[in-house]
Design a protein around this ligand. Sequence first.
Ligand code: IMP
Ligand code: MG
Length: 181
Amino acid sequence: MQTTHTQLEVIYTAEQIAERVVAMGAEISRDYAGERIILVGVLKGASIFLSDLARAITLDCTFDFVAISSYGRGLRSSGAVKLIKDLDHSIEHRHVILVEDILDTGLTLAYLRGLLLQQEPASLRIATLLDKPARRLQKIEADYVGFSLPNLFVVGYGMDYAERYRNLPNICLMPPEAPEE
Ligand code: IMP
Ligand code: MG
């Protein structure tokens, strides 16, 4: 039988997420006061977070997106990180915030950070909605973190399990024994 959305345990409610994202937007707006910034979202997981975060930022702000190779169909990383979609516009001399759903092992963001730094932005910071510090394999930290959580696999608010559950308004726990259809 398929796991339905309603059977999943809620970790962060839509209200808790909204409150945190507004606070993050306010912090970014203060830190970059008077500057123009570019938010670079990592598709597809960060798309919902980016769209809410952008609306909580009161600066002159544009978006761009990159996509990297999939995390794999299941709960585990393939380990390989590959760029599938590059930036549409140059970020040279621009203030960039890389926007991600989850900072987990750090492989994805370490790779993307290296790639973006080659373009010599004026500055580069990282905003992640979730951080799982215990899982880190690469030495990388985010400048803006929504919530830190232990080693749990979560879905919803953009985050998926085999491409499903991205549309859940809450962030929910994905049980490890969940069937893959
Ligand atoms: P990292 O390279 O291990 O830091 O992987 C980060 C990426 O793995 C995130 O952008 C997510 O796409 C995916 N990921 C890591 N943990 C989870 C999770 O709990 N749920 C859904 N996706 C996850
Ligand atoms: Mg992702």
